[in-house]
Design a protein around this ligand. Structure first.
Ligand code: ZN
Ligand code: ZN
Length: 424
């Protein structure tokens, strides 16, 4: 029996943390990226995620990676900029670096991001400076981000438990306990704490695909979200030629990948001019190190005309003022309230997890892959079908155990899709 087989027959709970990280790394490389022999990998990771990053690097080379290049970020270094950098720093982003990364993608590299930065890192910083930094970063990152949102390359995101994040998720616990608990929550949500995670992911992908096929066959023209307390009553028109997606995807480079680990959503492109009504967020949103709580928004003709929040309202209003498309929707996603992540009852303060615990909408850029034939269209063609364009793409959670969703056909008939947050 080889060492690998020995590990496989050991129940997950009895593995050491080192072995568990190896299991997550294997899923990230084989399932998340589907990394091909000889392919280059460009990774971004928080410095605190170094143990997982090293496991991923090992797994990537074992899968035949030509070269893994990792860009580490460090929360205290980010804070130092906000505390001491000259004012001109906040409108600057290293275009030279982002262009190099985009060139790497164009010449065949895959992309992996490890999530795990402190979700509240910039909460006490000047919202104007935070907004300026985000706009500069989005502009510089646009060429690389376009290759990702158009799914031209295989890419994935996984998470690592880090101390500051863990303390926010499990307040009052000693640091070490909080980190250990967050790791276990990540392993469970990422479906690696089972005997054969690769097979589990294959089955999970097939289940999501069935749901996606059902939704695509319906050709709904709109979705209607309605919460029991009436704080959400929102009609989301769907883009003409919209395409539902979920689970894995075959990227433009021909490689099958799972762009998010975990993933529980079926998502598509709303029509940028056909959103009307009111909607209240069901979970707080952590956006680029700032926290926005109790978002309530009113849409008219696709556009946000009123936006409030009990915390971070200034950040929210700056966010939706980024550009014309930032006030409009680029994604609508259905996630049942009985998904494993929702059932854990944990508020992760991290969109990768929270968006997979609740139905959600996203402000900003639409995915061209969620339009039939969209990969081959230019932005004017995509816009004519209702696909939104923006520098931002920010998901926020609206689903709950109190949410009903109807699919509306072109002739106006409503069909129940979700009742009390669960699929009908
Ligand atoms: Zn989503
Ligand atoms: Zn999204």
């Amino acid at each position: 029996m080889s060492v690998a087989e020995e590990i496989r027959t050991t129940p997950f709970a009895e593995l050491s943390l080192d072995e568990k990280l190896d299991r997550l790394a294997e899923v990230a490389v084989k399932v998340g990226l589907g990394l091909k022999e000889g392919q280059e990998l460009i990774m971004t990771a928080p410095l605190d995620a170094l143990p997982l990053a090293r496991k991923i690097i090992e797994q990537a080379y074992k899968s035949g990676a030509k070269l893994v290049t990792t860009f580490y970020s460090d929360d205290p270094s980010v804070l130092a900029r906000f505390q001491y950098a000259p004012d001109a720093s906040f409108d600057y982003a290293p275009t030279w670096l982002q262009d190099a990364i985009a060139n790497g993608f164009r010449s065949g590299a895959a992309r992996l991001a490890i999530a795990g930065a402190n979700p509240a890192l910039l909460s006490k910083q000047d919202p104007a400076k935070v907004a300026r930094v985000n706009v500069a970063a989005s502009k510089a990152g646009k060429p690389a981000m376009e290759l990702i949102t158009r799914h031209e390359i295989n890419w994935t995101i996984v998470a690592a438990a880090t101390p500051e994040w863990a303390k926010l998720v499990f307040p009052g616990e000693p640091d070490e306990t909080a980190v250990a608990k967050l790791w276990e929550a990540i392993f469970a949500a990422s479906r690696v704490s089972v005997e054969d995670p690769v097979a589990e992911w294959r089955q999970h992908g097939e289940r999501l695909k069935k749901r996606v096929d059902m939704l695509n066959a319906k050709r709904f023209s709109a979705l209607h979200f309605k919460s029991a307390d009436g704080t959400t009553d929102l009609k989301v028109g769907l883009a003409d030629e919209h395409l539902w997606a979920g689970g894995g995807t075959t990227a433009g480079n021909g490689i099958y990948c799972q762009p998010n680990i975990p993933t529980e959503e079926c998502f598509t492109t709303p029509h940028k001019d056909r959103i009307d009504g009111v909607v209240r967020a069901s979970k707080p949103l952590s956006h680029q190190g700032t926290l926005i709580e109790n978002i309530a928004v009113r849409f008219e003709g696709g556009k946000i005309v009123e936006a409030t929040a009990t915390a971070g309202e200034d950040v929210l209003n700056r966010l939706i003022s980024t550009d014309e498309g930032a006030r409009r929707l680029g994604e609508v996603a259905l996630v049942p309230h009985n998904s494993p992540i929702a059932q854990s009852g944990i508020l992760f303060w991290n969109t990768l997890f929270d968006e997979n615990a609740a139905s959600h909408i996203a402000l900003g850029q639409a995915y061209s892959t969620c339009i039939i034939g969209g990969e081959k269209m230019d932005s004017a063609q995509l816009a004519s079908l209702g696909a939104n364009e923006s520098l931002i793409h920010v998901d926020w959670m609206i689903g709950s155990a109190e949410m009903d969703v109807d699919g509306i056909s072109a002739d106006g008939t409503a069909e129940p899709l979700m009742r009390k947050g669960a699929w009908v």
